[in-house]
Design a protein around this ligand. Structure first.
Ligand SMILES: [Zn+2]
Ligand SMILES: [Zn+2]
Length: 134
């Protein structure tokens, strides 16, 4: 399948020729800041499936000391994808257009969620990272 996405202002867009997997929401304090929200929502992909369609020159990249980071639109500030070691490994679900045929399957770092957030019942929750990474 082809999944398309774009930032809030529409200047940056991409396509993914493949499938997303392991959609998740992270409630850690870092994701709250990076996504300006109660949590992140992203899915993993195969990096070779991903192509920027427009606006690649408008991207700003923030990389932390662990070589992990995000790419943003420098005009509107949308967070478009996650980068590890220079490789795009995941995309933010908020910027996907239409139905990417994945649903949030796991909520991680629930143990450090904001005091003001109420997580709905019935979702799989982990106090810290996904079990396979612990
Ligand atoms: Zn934008
Ligand atoms: Zn997080």
């Amino acid at each position: 399948m082809v999944i398309e996405g774009e930032c809030f202002c529409g200047k940056v867009s991409y396509k993914i020729e493949g499938l997303l997997r392991d959609a998740r929401s992270c409630h850690c304090s870092r994701c709250r800041k990076a996504f300006s929200s109660q949590a992140s929502a992203y899915a993993l992909l195969d990096p070779e499936d991903f192509t920027w369609v427009s606006g690649e020159d408008l991207l700003t990249t923030y990389i932390d000391k662990n070589e992990c980071g995000f790419k943003f639109c420098c005009i509107c500030g949308s967070t478009l994808c996650g980068v590890v070691g220079g490789i795009i490994h995941g995309i933010t679900l908020g910027c996907v257009s239409g139905d990417p045929e994945v649903q949030l399957g796991r909520h991680i770092y629930v143990g450090s969620k904001a005091s003001w957030e109420i997580i709905p019942e019935g979702v799989v929750q982990y106090q810290e990272d996904v079990p396979e990474k612990r």
